[in-house]
Design a protein around this ligand. Structure first.
Ligand code: NAD
Length: 504
């Protein structure tokens, strides 16, 4: 008899996990509950179109309970009044629990939103644990200030938690995006109510259980799954939520600002979409490396990354050779079974996303771009959602596939002749998340990175990323910065205390 393959093993684990029942109930005040009105929605796996769980469909009444629980926890100081060193201890234990549950969390993530199990195991889960650990370790090293006043007074500037933080996150990196809000918010002493995406609610619920197991007090981290227009809106409009950490589309980010204006003027931090420009100049001679990085970064996570380098700007003289390499590389990212550890490109999150991506591919063709790789839906017999990695050449920056975020494995190649033209095209976008420049000229590297209107600029690479540096955009890519010590600013208030010093 043949030995089971690693793929067989993951399928067997998936079958066991689903048949054991995945708990889709809310987590409020440390306990699992059905929604107040008892409603649920189906959680459908994009691997095969099958229902893998029934998830509570949170509404305003559930959000009220979650916010009340978070507020009570904040007010009685069970977390907020603990010393930074004490919070650190619990958060370090939380990070360890996440590491210990690596395979279970990775499996939930893959089943729920379709990313390859290898990526979930090697990037999403360890990245989540590292984020929580990093903020745990940071929080007892952040000092307040003593202002340089005269001798007759003492002015202290201290950091205080903001209170109840609402976190609303998308489905493309469900665990990671949650950790980017949760790590700094909890470390700073806040209570959190999380609304995961209705397209990927499962891992967040498990994460909250792990936090409880690690010793996070009940009520400090609550999870209300549900739809954006229901639970999401109720959370963002809530009068007793002090800040919203939002990651998602620009369309919804706009609403977050409206909700704040219509309610209590809560702080809103938006991490939104992107259409990042990756500029390759002819003086960068290693076309193989530049092309491999362009393809790898574009097709990672099925192209469902906010910072995907989805506009590739290539200088005329090398454009043919570059596009040839991209077309040759694309089949290496052919979609496969996400539970097979050798798969590099998995399933799109759901049928709606496949339809969106296919509609953009049609629009590219209709507007005159030339499809040199992919362009079709594949593996339909699986019942899952798979689109071949697609490369368009001859794209003009006015086409929809150059202006709008597709959020799928579709790369648009735009040719340019001069540095000025490249910069004009790169900055001609409503987004400003990431950008890259490939050149051997130091002057050009500095000049172009300075002129690119983006939150992050890469020079001769696109892969670097770390919890130590801020992540976020300019223009309609948002205003928040996740990660790094700067994220603590979002979840803490600066308080000034003046003291009069009488002369002796
Ligand atoms: P989305 O805006 O549709 O949804 C994001 C979250 O907002 C979900 O939890 C959703 O339920 C909720 N939501 C939707 N409508 C709402 C409403 N009316 N009121 C309140 N909440 C609402 O985005 P998505 O499709 O889940 O995610 C993809 C987007 O996220 C892309 O645009 C991507 O670029 C962006 N993103 C940005 C970053 C970043 O750091 N800048 C990171 C990852 C993803």
């Amino acid at each position: 008899m043949n030995q089971p393959t690693a793929r067989d093993t993951w399928h067997a684990r998936a079958a066991d996990r689903i048949s054991a029942g995945i708990d889709g109930r809310l987590l409020i005040d440390g306990h699992r509950y059905h929604a107040v009105d008892g409603r649920c929605f189906d959680c459908v796996s994009p691997l095969d179109g099958k229902v893998i769980a029934r998830v509570a469909r949170g509404q305003a009444a559930d959000v009220d309970l979650a916010v009340a629980s978070a507020r009570a926890a904040f007010a009685d100081g069970r977390w907020s009044a603990r010393s930074p060193a004490a919070r650190k201890k619990v958060l370090l234990a939380f990070a360890e629990r996440i590491r210990a549950a690596r395979e279970e969390l990775a499996l939930l993530e893959t089943l729920d939103m379709g990313k390859p199990i290898a990526a979930a195991l090697s990037a999403d889960v360890p990245g989540t644990a590292r984020c929580i650990q990093w903020y745990a370790e940071a929080v007892d090293k952040v000092y307040g200030e003593i202002a340089p006043t005269g001798r007759d007074a003492l002015a202290l500037v201290s950091r205080e938690p903001v209170g109840v933080v609402g976190a609303i996150v998308p489905w493309n990196y469900p665990l990671l995006m949650t950790s980017w809000k949760l790590g700094p918010a909890l470390a700073a002493g806040n209570s959190v109510v999380l609304k995961p995406s209705e397209r990927s609610p499962l891992s967040a619920l498990r994460l909250a259980e792990l936090a409880l197991e690690a010793g996070l007090p009940e009520g400090v981290f609550n999870v209300v799954p549900g739809f954006g227009a229901e639970a999401g809106e109720a959370l963002a409009l809530h009068m007793d939520v002090d800040a919203i950490g939002f990651t998602g589309s620009t369309r919804t980010g706009r609403r977050m600002l409206e909700y704040a204006g219509r309610s209590n003027l809560k702080r809103v931090f938006n991490e939104l979409g992107g259409k990042s420009a990756n500029i390759v100049f002819a003086d960068f001679e290693d076309l193989d490396r530049a092309a491999a990085t362009a393809a790898g970064a574009m097709f990672y996570n099925q192209g469902e990354s906010c910072n995907a380098p989805s506009r590739l700007l290539v200088q005329d003289s090398i454009a043919d050779a570059f596009v040839e390499r991209l077309a040759a590389l694309a089949p290496g990212y052919a979609p496969g079974d996400p539970l097979d550890p050798t798969t590099r490109l998995g399933a799109l999150v759901d049928a709606q996303q496949t339809a969106t991506v296919m509609e953009y591919i049609q629009s590219g063709l209709q507007q005159g771009a030339r499809c040199v790789a992919g362009g079709e839906q594949v593996l339909q017999d699986t019942g899952g959602q798979f689109v071949a990695p697609t490369v368009f050449d001859g794209v003009d920056n006015t086409m929809r596939i150059a202006r709008e975020e597709i959020f799928g494995p579709v790369l648009s190649v735009i040719r340019f002749s001069t540095e000025q033209e490249a910069l004009r095209i790169a900055n001609d976008s409503s987004y400003g998340l990431h950008a890259a420049v490939w050149t051997r000229g130091l002057d050009r590297a500095v000049r172009v990175s300075r002129a690119l209107h983006a939150g992050t600029v890469h020079v001769n690479e696109y892969d670097e990323d770390d919890i130590t540096v801020p992540f976020g955009g300019v223009k309609q890519s948002g205003n928040g910065r996740d990660k790094s010590l700067h994220a603590l600013d979002k979840y803490s208030e600066l308080k000034t205390t003046w003291m009069r010093i009488d002369p002796a």
